[in-house]
Design a protein around this ligand. Structure first.
Ligand code: HEM
Length: 439
């Protein structure tokens, strides 16, 4: 179907969008991951590509910047309910009472990423009361002391893996401190978080999923256990604040649409912090990977530190940590003269929005002067990522911490290890040396 065929502004009644007739994303040889994503964007934005695409299992694929932004604010475009997620996972894996992916689905079901109204708003609001902009100064203090400790322990002028030795250690120690993990639990958690990565696979390799499921099961037990222990012991305002607000929510579970209310604050934190532990480390690495290749920008930031936030945002535009996430039509959606029926799965390619040349001319170029308007890095509308303030604060504090320690990240000349087939744009390893900053 061509671009004009999916535009029907004259029609008085919206016409049902025939998703099966759309061109499949897989026909562009795209199965996920950063390198194929870059090639895909060059092709689909070169002209002549249809307005929308579909996945092989007939989810609608939205990839143009204008459509992503406009559809994000349609109230009927909601989150995938946890019951639908579980049904899809069961269908995609070996069916039965215990299926591959069960531990992951269990963790995700407790994340409000998989809820809709009336459960979504109270869970989102209580989370933002702990990790929204007002909390940043206090959280930044914790982040800075974690960063100092990690950089003190990291060898100089030796090959290290920035993913494992710095970024994941940072997210684990930051969230670990808030939740109340012990030092030993934090040390063990670094390996667990790394092993969770296949959960973001777009290709559903059963063996990979089995291993990731094991990691999710350990992760859930550790986070839930630590949070419940902290709640009993007291002195953990992050956990106690969330627990008090969770206790006030009196809503029935509705897995097929509204989702579930987490049974306790530990289950909720295990869910919500999946992206806190994993995706935020990916994001910090991507920002530093881009900026390490922009020495002039780094020098400019050194002279004008207020440019750092814009530089990170531009680095994430170029290398978006989240390439795509699933949404779901919780009611009929009328858009652009077409009807997208209730129950339709919608794949929002947020990363592609950042590479649409109509919004960002010459998109493959790092350009600090773009102004940061209209980025789709964190989604949009009522489901825009609530963790974006923390993700930016942690990445900024990490870069400032390196600067304060007079350290420059020097990538080695090894080939880049982008994980293929994933919905995230993630480096498996980022081999670097931390050397003195050239002056
Ligand atoms: C830089 C790292 C991160 C990136 C790139 C990212 C990206 C995104 C995106 C694109 C969405 C929108 C999904 C959609 O509507 O299709 C989203 C939603 C969400 N993110 Fe993040 N995220 C990051 C970090 C975090 C952190 C640190 C947390 C929690 C501590 C978090 C928790 C969530 C939750 C709960 C939602 C669902 C929001 C809702 O339904 O209201 N994310 N994220």
């Amino acid at each position: 179907m061509g671009a004009t065929e999916t535009s029907n502004p004259e029609a008085t009644e919206p016409q049902r969008l025939n998703i099966q007739s759309l061109r499949p994303l897989s026909s562009f040889s795209y199965s996920g991951g950063r390198n194929e994503f870059r090639r895909l964007c060059q092709t689909i934005f070169a002209g002549g590509a249809p307005r929308f695409l579909r996945t092989d299992d007939n989810r609608l694929v939205v990839f143009r910047h204008a459509d992503l932004r406009a559809m994000a604010v349609i109230p009927e475009l909601g989150n995938v309910p946890s019951g639908v997620l579980a049904a899809r996972a069961k269908a995609g894996a070996d069916a039965g009472e215990s299926f591959v992916g069960a531990a992951m689905v269990d963790v995700f079901a407790n994340q409000f990423f998989f809820t809709n109204e009336p459960i979504h708003t109270p869970l989102r609001r209580m989370t933002l009361s702990q990790i929204g902009p007002k909390r940043m100064p206090e959280l930044e203090g914790i982040a800075r002391s974690c960063i100092r400790r990690i950089l003190d322990e990291t060898p100089r002028d030796a090959r290290i893996d920035f993913v494992q030795d710095v970024a994941v250690k940072l997210t684990v120690s930051f969230w670990g401190e808030l939740v109340g993990l012990t030092a030993d639990e934090m040390a063990a958690m670094v390996t667990v978080v790394r092993a969770m990565s296949p959960a973001f696979s777009a290709t559903l390799d059963v063996e990979e999923l089995r291993a990731a499921d094991k990691a999710f099961s350990t992760y859930r037990a550790r986070i839930e256990g630590a949070a419940m222990r902290s709640l009993t012991a007291g002195g953990h305002p992050f956990v106690e604040g969330l627990a008090a607000e969770l206790a006030r929510i009196d809503l029935a579970d509705d897995p097929d649409c509204a989702g579930i209310v987490p049974a306790n604050v530990g289950a909720m934190l295990a869910g919500v912090l999946t992206d806190g532990f994993h995706t935020t480390a990916v994001a910090a690495v991507n920002a530093i990977w881009v900026l390490a290749r922009e020495p002039d920008t780094l020098a400019e930031i050194r002279a004008n530190p207020e440019l750092l936030t814009a530089a990170i945002a531009e680095a994430w535009r170029l290398e978006p940590p989240a390439l795509m996430f699933n949404s779901y039509a919780i009611g009929d959606i009328a858009y652009n003269g077409f009807l997208i029926p209730k129950g339709t799965g919608v794949l929002m390619m947020w990363g592609a929005g950042n590479h649409d040349p109509r919004a960002f001319p010459n998109p493959a170029r790092f350009d600090l002067s773009r102004g940061g308007q209209g980025l789709t890095t964190f989604g949009g509308g009522a489901q825009i990522c609530p963790g974006r303030h923390v993700a930016m604060m942690l990445t900024r504090a990490l870069i400032e911490g390196l600067e304060a320690a007079d350290l420059t990240v020097e990538p080695t000349d090894e080939a880049d290890a982008w994980v293929e087939g994933h919905i995230l744009s993630e480096l498996r390893t980022f081999p670097v040396r931390l050397g003195p900053t050239p002056r």
